[in-house]
Ligand binder design. Structure first.
Ligand SMILES: NC(=O)c1ccc[n+]([C@@H]2O[C@H](COP(=O)([O-])OP(=O)(O)OC[C@H]3O[C@@H](n4cnc5c(N)ncnc54)[C@H](O)[C@@H]3O)[C@@H](O)[C@H]2O)c1
Length: 716
C-alpha cells in the first residue's frame, strides 16, 4: 500500500500503474468534504514520493464515483465571508493542481455519479473513461453558486466554450452518450469493462501511444479562440442564460461572466478569477436560500424515514372515493407508481372523466417516448373504476376525495368504515376541515388521518400528512410510506383548520383583499408579487384555485381563526363570487380567460372587474412595491410562526419545504422562515409594528418577538 487515508488509498498494480481509490470511511457515498480534500493532498504527496509509479487510475470503492462537494459544510464555509472563502479555495485549488501536475498520466474510471466537485476531480485527470451506468455534470447553479474547484476553468478547455456554457448554466446531469459526444469523457464502456479500459488507457499513455502531456497542456493554457469569437460565444449565451434563469437567479450569469474573464488566461491565473467570482456568488442571499433548501430537503427525508419506522404495514391495494379533479389525480398517480387502486364515485360520468384524464396524461408520456403503449396499458389496468363498494374489504387504505363539505365527508367516511377491514387506514384529502373533527363520526379514529394532495396531483410534489388528535403512529407511518411510493414528499403536521399550507395561504389572500379594499389595483399587486418571485400573483392564483373554492375555504378558516382571518368588510373576492366570477373554471374571475392558440386559458384584463370592485374599495391609489410585499407577506409569515409556536409543524425546515412545494413560495428566498432570517428577525418584527393598525394578522407572534429579543435566527 502506497497510501491509506480516511478517504483515499493508493495501491500499486502491475506494470508501474497505481490505483488511486476514493472510498470515504463510514459513509455510503464519496463526497468532497474537508477531510477528503486534506486526504487528497496527502495521497498526492505519497504518489509524488514514489518514483516507481508510472501512471494512475482513479477509481471509487463505492457505487457512486464522487457525488460532489459536501453541501452540509457550505454554511460554515461561506459564513466567514469572501476572504475566508478565497482562502479555502486557494488551498483546495492548490491541492487539485498538485494532482493535475503529477509527473505521470492519470485516468479517471467513472463508475457512477460524478457531479460537481466529483466531476471536477475527473477534470483534473488527463483522461476520463465512463461506465454506461454513470452520470456526470456540474449542477452547482441549482444551489445558487457555480463550480469552484476549477470546473469553470477546465471544462471550457476540455469541451469548448459553447458546450461548457450549456453544461454549467443548465446544470444538467449528463448521460454517457451526451458526455462522450461533447468530449467531456474519452470513452464509454460497460460497467464490467471499466477498470480494464482505464488500465488500457493509462498503459497507452505510458507506452507513448497517447500524448498525455499534450492533452494535459490544453487544460493549462488559454482556450483556443480569438477575442472576437469569444465575445460572440459569450454574448449570445449570456442573453439566453439570463432570459431563462430570470433576474432572481444570478448564479448562471455570474458563472458565464467569470468564464468570460478567464478563458484567455493560463490555468493558475484563471483559477484565481474563478475563485474571486465564486466568493461573490457564494455570499448572495440566493445561494444562502438555495443551499438552505437542499439541507432542508435532506432533513425532511430523514424525518420521513423516522416516521416510517412506526409500522411495517405495506399499502398493496388502495382505494379512492371520488373520481373528480383530485380523486382522478390520486388514482392516476398511485397507479403510475405501481400501487393498484379502486376508484369509486357515485356518478358514471365522473368515473369516465377520471379514466379519461388518466388516459390523456399517460398518452402524453407515451408520445414523449417515456413509456411504451404496453406499459401504459399496465398502468391503466391498475385503476379499477366502480360505482359500488364490492372489494373494499381487501384495501389497505381508502383516500376520501369527495366534496369539501364536513357533513358529506362525515357520512361517507363512516359508511366506508363499516365496510373495510379493522386495520384499513382511512385518509381524507380535505383541504381545510379539521381531521380531529371529522374523526368524531368514526369508530376507529386511530386509523383516520389527513392526506392532503395538491392540484394537479401529478405535478405537485407535496403531500401534507395530517395527524388528528387520535391518529396512531402506525397510520402516520403507512401514509408517509404510501406518499413516498407515489413519488411525493410527505410532511407530517398536526391538525388544525387548513393544516399548515392553507392556514398560511389564506392570511396572504387576506392581505391581498385588504390592499384592494384600500384602493390598490389588483393587477399591480399581482405584478409586484410576481416580481417578488411568486409564480403568479394573488388575484391570478385565486382565479386558478377557483374563487368559489377560495371563498368556501376562507369561511372555514375564518371560523377557525376569527381573530385574524374573519374580515369585517366585504372583500373583492366575495364580490367576484357573488357575481358568478369563479375564475379560470368558468372563464371569469378577477381576469377573464380566453383560449390561446394551444387551447390553454390566457388571462385578459376586464374593465368590469374594476367596476365591480369600486363598490367596496377606496378610491384607487398607488402603493409602493415594498408596502404591497409587506402587506401580503406579513400575514403569511406570521401564521407560519404561529404554526411553529403551536407545534402544527415541527421545524422551520419542514415549514419552508412545505411552502416551496405546496404553494410555490419563491425557492430563491428559501421559504418563509429563511425569508425572516434574511430580513433579520428584529427588522421583521419592526415591520410588523408598522402595520399594526391593519389588525391581528400583522401582529408579530411571541415566537418572533422572543427570537428578536434573544438575537436568534431560524437557521444557523
Ligand atoms: N381541487 C383542488 O384544487 C383541491 C386541492 C386539494 C384538496 N382538494 C379537496 O379534495 C376534495 C375533492 O375535491 P375535487 O376538486 O376533486 O372535487 P370534485 O367536485 O372535482 O370531485 C368530487 C367527486 O366526488 C364525487 N362524490 C360525491 N359524493 C361521493 C360519494 N359519496 N362517494 C364517491 N364519490 C362521491 C363526485 O361525484 C365528484 O366526482 C375536496 O375535499 C377538496 O377540498 C381539492
Amino acid at each position: 500500500m502506497i497510501y491509506s487515508g480516511t478517504a483515499i488509498s493508493v495501491q500499486a498494480l502491475d506494470g508501474g500503474i497505481a490505483e488511486f481509490k476514493f472510498d470515504l470511511a463510514n459513509e455510503s457515498v464519496n463526497k468532497f468534504n474537508r477531510a477528503t480534500v486534506e486526504d487528497l493532498a496527502a495521497a498526492v504527496a505519497a504518489v509524488k514520493a514514489d518514483s516507481s509509479i508510472k501512471g494512475l487510475i482513479v477509481t471509487s470503492g463505492k457505487p457512486v464515483f464522487i457525488v460532489g462537494a459536501d453541501i452540509s459544510e457550505f454554511g460554515a464555509s461561506f459564513a466567514g465571508g469572501e476572504a475566508t472563502i478565497l482562502e479555502w479555495l486557494a488551498q483546495s485549488n492548490a491541492i487539485f493542481n498538485s494532482f493535475e501536475d503529477l509527473p505521470v498520466p492519470t485516468v479517471a474510471a467513472i463508475n457512477g455519479i460524478a457531479l460537481g466537485g466529483g466531476f471536477e476531480m475527473c477534470l483534473v485527470c488527463d483522461y476520463r473513461v465512463m461506465s454506461t451506468a454513470a452520470k456526470v455534470g456540474l449542477p452547482e447553479v441549482k444551489l445558487g453558486i457555480f463550480p469552484g474547484f476549477g470546473g469553470t476553468v477546465r471544462l471550457p478547455r476540455v469541451i469548448g466554450i459553447d458546450n461548457a456554457v450549456e453544461w454549467i448554466a443548465a446544470a444538467g446531469e449528463k448521460r454517457p452518450d451526451a458526455a462522450l459526444k461533447d468530449g467531456a469523457v474519452d470513452a464509454v464502456v460497460a460497467p464490467e469493462k471499466l477498470r480494464e479500459a482505464a488500465i488500457d488507457l493509462v498503459n497507452q499513455c505510458i507506452n507513448g501511444k497517447l500524448d498525455w502531456k499534450a492533452k494535459r497542456a490544453e487544460k493549462l493554457n488559454p482556450v483556443k479562440l480569438n477575442m472576437l469569437e469569444q465575445m460572440m460565444a459569450f454574448q449570445t449565451a449570456t442573453a439566453m442564460v439570463v432570459g431563462k434563469a430570470g433576474p432572481n437567479y444570478p448564479a448562471p450569469k455570474l458563472a458565464l461572466q467569470a468564464m468570460q474573464q478567464h478563458v484567455s488566461l493560463d490555468r493558475d491565473s484563471a483559477l484565481k478569477v474563478e475563485a474571486k467570482n465564486f466568493a461573490k456568488v457564494a455570499v448572495t442571499p440566493q445561494a444562502n436560500a438555495l443551499i438552505g433548501l437542499f439541507t432542508a430537503d435532506q432533513a425532511v427525508k430523514k424525518i420521513s424515514k423516522k416516521h416510517e419506522k412506526g409500522s411495517n404495514k405495506e399499502i398493496n391495494q388502495a382505494a379512492v372515493l371520488g373520481a373528480g379533479i383530485m380523486g382522478g389525480g390520486i388514482a392516476y398517480q398511485a397507479a403510475s407508481k405501481g400501487t393498484p387502486i379502486i376508484m369509486k364515485d357515485i356518478r358514471t360520468e365522473a368515473l369516465d372523466l377520471g379514466m379519461g384524464e388518466a388516459t390523456k396524461l399517460l398518452g402524453k408520456t407515451v408520445e414523449r417516448g417515456r413509456m411504451t403503449p404496453a406499459e401504459m396499458g399496465k398502468v391503466l389496468s391498475r385503476i379499477r373504476p366502480t360505482l359500488n363498494y364490492g372489494d373494499f374489504k381487501t384495501v389497505d387504505i381508502v383516500i376520501e376525495a369527495v366534496v369539501e363539505n364536513p357533513k358529506v365527508k362525515a357520512a361517507v367516511l363512516s359508511e366506508v368504515e363499516g365496510l373495510v377491514a379493522e386495520d384499513t387506514i382511512l385518509a381524507s384529502n380535505t383541504s381545510t376541515i379539521s381531521i380531529t373533527h371529522l374523526a368524531k363520526s368514526l369508530q376507529r379514529p386511530e386509523n383516520f388521518i389527513g392526506m392532503h394532495f395538491f392540484n394537479p396531483v401529478h405535478m405537485m410534489p407535496l403531500v401534507e400528512v395530517i395527524r388528528g388528535e387520535k391518529t396512531s403512529d402506525a397510520a402516520v407511518a403507512a401514509t408517509v410510506k404510501l406518499a413516498q411510493k407515489m413519488g411525493k414528499t410527505p410532511i407530517v403536521v398536526n391538525d388544525c383548520p387548513g393544516f399548515l399550507v392553507n392556514r398560511v395561504l389564506f392570511p396572504y389572500f387576506g392581505g391581498f383583499d385588504m390592499l384592494v379594499r384600500d384602493g390598490a389595483d389588483f393587477q399591480a399587486v399581482d405584478k409586484v408579487m410576481e416580481r417578488f418571485g411568486w409564480p403568479m400573483g394573488p388575484a391570478y392564483l385565486l382565479d386558478v384555485v377557483g374563487i368559489d373554492t377560495g371563498v368556501h375555504a376562507a369561511k372555514i378558516m375564518a371560523e377557525g381563526f376569527p381573530d385574524r382571518m374573519a374580515p369585517d368588510y366585504k372583500s373583492g373576492t366575495e364580490i367576484m363570487f357573488e357575481n358568478n366570477r369563479f375564475g379560470q373554471k368558468n372563464g371569469k374571475g378577477y381576469y377573464v380567460y380566453e383560449q390561446d392558440k394551444k387551447g390553454k386559458p390566457k388571462k385578459v384584463v376586464d374593465q368590469t372587474t374594476y367596476e365591480l370592485l369600486a363598490a367596496t374599495s377606496a378610491e384607487r391609489k398607488e402603493f409602493e412595491a415594498q408596502e404591497v410585499i409587506d402587506r401580503c407577506m406579513i400575514p403569511m409569515v406570521n401564521e407560519v410562526a404561529r404554526c411553529l409556536e403551536e407545534g402544527i409543524v415541527a421545524s422551520a425546515a419542514e415549514a419552508d419545504m412545505a411552502l416551496i412545494m405546496g404553494i410555490g413560495f419563491p425557492p430563491f428566498r428559501g421559504g418563509a422562515c429563511r425569508y425572516v432570517d434574511q430580513i433579520g428577525v428584529a427588522n421583521y418584527v419592526a415591520q410588523c409594528e408598522k402595520y399594526a393598525h391593519l389588525g391581528k394578522a400583522y401582529e408579530a407572534p411571541q415566537l418572533l418577538r422572543d427570537m428578536a429579543a434573544a438575537n436568534k435566527k431560524f437557521f444557523g
